[in-house]
Design a protein around this ligand. Structure first.
Ligand SMILES: O=c1ccn([C@@H]2O[C@H](COP(=O)(O)O)[C@@H](O)[C@H]2O)c(=O)[nH]1
Length: 374
């Protein structure tokens, strides 16, 4: 009770504002920490990485505010058009304020279902999905498309911007050599931000076992969800990486998706691409890799070779009718999913689109339709 006779009035924050208040405190704390680090940053590369983090943070804050404002406006409109409470049937429950989705986001009810229901060899549906093969996959992951967006950007500002645009729609972002060699470990924290997106560090380690173990140990500190090594490095090298990075899924690259029949023959490898991929897959899994990188064209054969528990990751994804660029073994996102791929690596088809966020949302929606149609 307040002093005087009046009872205190309680005020419940509308959900959109409560969400905004929470987001605001989290963002403010993150911004203060980043600003302090920026003041102390030693090198221009560190400063560039921190500036990109701050820019990504500011973008997230603007989006949160935009969503909250839209939600409040939406709520006002609902209240204006709703019949008076006394006219509502008792079962209708309280009017609720819906979160307003960013442009292109699937409607909330469709985000509730699992995106991935793949089928081995495109035939019978498997009981488990790709995300089930990620031991710590949570409910939130299931609302996101099983896509790793390849952030092959020349600089960290662009990569952070792309990451901010696509993370509402996809489970994972992929950092490759271009960014990692330029910015080092800072790039991982920058693209991860506070979004909780999974980070796939595609460094394709390939060296003698001792050197790969050292490199894997060093990057394991960054806690990437996936780290790639070339299966061609041999089983001792793969084993060394697996042991050095126990908290990270080590994925073996079987045969680069840019390699076709002719390039394989040039390498002096006899037999078909599919045979070479299956051999590498079996070697990598035998050495302890829990993930494999292959093209969507070999997914069914590889699945038959290594069984249901290995995460199959497929670059070489192109939209129907699009140019293949430097990729030799390609398929559409829907074909890859139908073949049984667990995580689709997609770079240029998303990052070169006029609006990468909308492109990621559209691919996610199409995968969801393809998954429910099988
Ligand atoms: O065999 C492989 C292994 C890795 N990659 C990587 O995937 C992306 C593909 O990007 P797109 O723009 O969609 O072609 C890229 O980062 C590669 O380094 C691969 O393509 N093939």
């Amino acid at each position: 009770m307040r002093t005087g006779d009046q009872p205190a009035r309680t005020f419940t924050l509308p959900p959109a504002l409560a969400e905004l208040a929470a987001a605001h405190s989290a963002l403010k704390a993150e911004q203060e920490a980043l600003t302090a680090r920026l003041d102390n940053a030693a090198t221009s590369v560190d400063r560039a990485a921190l500036r990109a983090s701050l820019a990504a943070l500011t973008e997230r804050a603007s989006r949160a505010i935009g969503s909250a404002v839209a939600a409040v406006a939406d709520r006002k409109q609902q209240l204006a058009s709703a019949p008076p409470a006394s006219a509502r049937p008792a079962s209708a429950g309280p009017a609720s304020s819906a979160r307003v989705a960013p442009a292109g986001e699937p409607p909330p009810d469709s985000r509730e279902e699992s995106v991935v229901q793949t089928s081995a060899g495109g035939t019978a549906p498997r009981a488990s999905s790709g995300l089930d093969r990620w031991p710590e996959a949570g409910a939130a992951d299931r609302r996101l498309a099983p896509v790793a967006v390849a952030l092959d950007a020349p600089d960290i500002e662009v990569a952070a911007h792309w990451a901010t645009l696509v993370t509402p729609y996809v489970s994972t972002v992929k950092i490759g050599l271009e960014l990692y060699l330029r910015y080092g470990p800072a790039v991982v924290a920058t693209v991860r931000g506070g979004s909780g997106v999974r980070v796939f560090l595609d460094l394709k380690l390939h060296d003698i076992p001792n050197t790969v173990a050292g490199a894997a140990r060093a990057v394991a500190k960054l806690r990437p969800e996936i780290l790639t090594v070339h299966a061609a490095g041999g089983s001792d090298m793969i084993k060394a990486a697996v042991e050095a990075a126990p908290g990270t899924m080590v994925a073996g690259v079987t045969l680069l998706t840019s390699i076709g029949d002719k390039a394989l023959a040039e390498l002096g490898v006899d037999g078909s691409v599919s045979d070479a991929v299956r051999r590498m897959a079996s070697l990598a899994v035998g050495a302890g890799a829990r993930g494999l990188v292959c093209s969507p064209q070999e997914v069914a054969a590889v699945r038959a070779e290594v069984g249901p528990d290995i995460l199959l990751i497929t670059p070489g994804i192109r939209l129907a009718g699009a140019t293949s660029d430097d990729q030799a073994r390609i398929a559409t996102p829907e074909e890859a999913l139908k073949a049984g791929a667990d995580l689709l690596v997609i770079g240029r088809p998303i990052t070169r689109a006029p609006d990468p966020g909308a492109a990621a949302a559209a691919i996610g929606a199409s995968l969801r339709r393809a998954a429910t149609a099988t």
